[in-house]
Design a protein around this ligand. Structure first.
Ligand code: UD1
Ligand code: CA
Length: 458
């Protein structure tokens, strides 16, 4: 069993190189802030207390997270990582181990954090270190002749010899909580950056005879932080590739794992096929045999088994039944619930409507605030006029209705079971069941009428 522990997330920095007014840790990666990624990992470690040290951006950071179980420690001035941890101390349970995470390092894997936490104890501390081909900018891990860690020296304070060291401090560490106050109170800012370095406590621990252990992550990307939009974009790609590989392992067919974006959770059944450039946001569930064409966007959608969504469809907060044919170029908006075997074709918009089994809306239509029964055929160019400028009204189309092309249904209106509406009608009153209803000016022919001709130019 691991010792009960605290997690402190350092997140006070401004991130000048982001060239943005948004505090760095609130920038989104895969649709979720960097800090939210770190906190999600932190929660999964089940600590006694999570404390976030915030500063730049003020209340914007706690407000964006809105989690009442988190303790927020304000670091009004960013005087260094040691100073940051000092602000968190009053919030920490005194026993066990405190794990330090960075709010701008989003992709550290749980197994790495577990290994690091387990390596520290009441009387020892643990550092996450890694060897980098280019260690420029990082604190260097200095070891004695026996290979034991003796100190960390920041890049800016290191001489040419120390800068040769390629083993670096990732910044993630696990520390015995009851020893922290004693060490932090002894920190000075007598260094190249005039900062209170958290890393200086390593030398103190060694002097106090507290063992310093190290472990390393499996992948270099686990310890990469975000300081610029370039690094943010690189980690976004890494995250998406990880997600794509996960889907492939589960048996999902991705025509190109480099061209899928999941910003939330994507749950797939068996035999699911996804073409290129699709974006999945929020919570998306695809049942067995679903096929998604290229360039589709789905947000908070459930899709029933065997349904095919053709290219360029945009579907938000909707529920699609089994064996639907959707798109290409379909737009399905919030509140739409489609039963089985529904067809929604090209340039059709469906909003806040229920469409029952076997109904077809195949071309160029708008169906909003409507209840559509079974086996209904909605002709091309049909529009539900659901909005009178002030209020929305419902259209009810009962089972087995046939609506001719280019019809306007002016809501509130009901088309009774089995009714037929003639093409080009404007329906303002309820249409009775089983009858043909149409509203259309009579066609007439002017016999012998002559089309005007252009006068010849002089
Ligand atoms: C720190 C480490 C360095 C390590 C590097 C890894 C120190 C002194 N140095 O470098 O050994 O190789 O991380 O990236 O610890 N922060 C605050 N308040 C502050 C300063 C920083 O909350 O006053 C936060 C930042 O928002 C960031 C994290 O601490 O999340 C690290 O700060 P950063 O300036 O990126 O790291 P360095 O100090 O350069
Ligand atoms: Ca820095």
């Amino acid at each position: 069993m691991t010792a009960p522990f605290n997690i402190v997330v350092l997140a006070a920095g401004r991130g000048t190189r982001m060239v943005s007014d948004l505090p760095k840790v609130l920038h989104p990666l895969a649709g979720k802030s960097l800090l939210a990624h770190v906190l999600d990992s932190a929660r999964q470690l089940d600590p006694l207390q999570i404390c976030v040290v915030y500063g730049y951006g003020g209340d914007a950071v706690p407000n964006a997270i809105a989690d009442t179980t988190i303790a927020w420690a304000l670091q009004a001035e960013q005087l260094g990582t040691g100073h940051a941890l000092m602000q968190a101390l009053p919030h920490l349970a005194d026993s066990g181990v405190t794990l330090i995470l960075y709010g701008d390092v989003p992709l550290t894997q749980l197994e790495t954090l577990r290994e690091l936490s387990a390596l520290a104890a009441q009387d020892s501390l643990a550092l996450l270190t890694i060897e980098l081909a280019d260690p420029t900018g990082y604190g260097r891990i200095v070891r004695d002749t026996h290979g034991a860690v003796s100190s960390i020296v920041e890049h800016k304070d290191a001489d040419a010899g120390l800068r040769e060291i390629r083993e670096i401090n990732t910044g993630l560490m696990a520390l015995p909580t009851h020893l922290l106050a004693g060490w932090l109170n002894r920190l000075s800012n007598d260094n190249a950056q005039r900062e209170y370095y958290l890393t200086d406590i390593i030398g103190m621990a060694v002097a106090d005879g507290v063992p310093v252990r190290t472990c390393s992550p499996r992948h270099e990307w686990e310890i990469l932080g975000v300081n610029s939009k370039l690094q943010l974009a690189e980690l976004e790609r890494r995250y998406q590739l990880n997600t794509a590989q996960h889907l492939l392992v589960q048996g999902v067919t991705l025509y190109d794992p480099a061209r899928i974006d999941v910003r939330g959770s994507l749950t797939c059944g068996r035999e699911v096929v996804i073409d290129v450039n699709c974006v999945f946001e929020g919570s998306v569930v695809l049942a067995d045999g679903v096929q998604i064409g290229a360039n589709c966007v789905l947000r908070d959608v459930r899709v029933g088994a065997g349904t095919q969504i053709a290219a360029f469809s945009h579907i938000v907060e909707a529920e699609l039944g089994a064996d639907n044919h959707i798109g290409p170029f379909a737009r399905i908006r919030p509140g739409s619930v489609l039963a089985a075997q529904v067809h929604v074709g090209n340039f059709v918009e469906v909003k806040n409507s229920q469409v029952d089994v076997g109904s077809k809306i195949n071309h160029l239509s708008y169906v909003g605030d409507s209840t559509v029964g079974k086996r209904v055929n909605v002709g091309a160019g049909t529009i539900t006029c659901n909005y009178d400028g002030a209020n929305k009204h419902r259209t009810v189309i009962e089972d087995d209705v046939f609506i001719g092309s280019d019809t306007q249904l002016v809501a509130p209106v009901t088309v009774g079971k089995g009714a037929t509406i003639g093409a080009g009608s404007t329906i303002t009153k309820d249409a009775p069941a089983g009858e043909l209803t149409l509203s259309r000016s009579k066609q007439l022919t002017i016999n012998g009428w002559q089309r005007p001709v252009k006068k010849p130019k002089v």
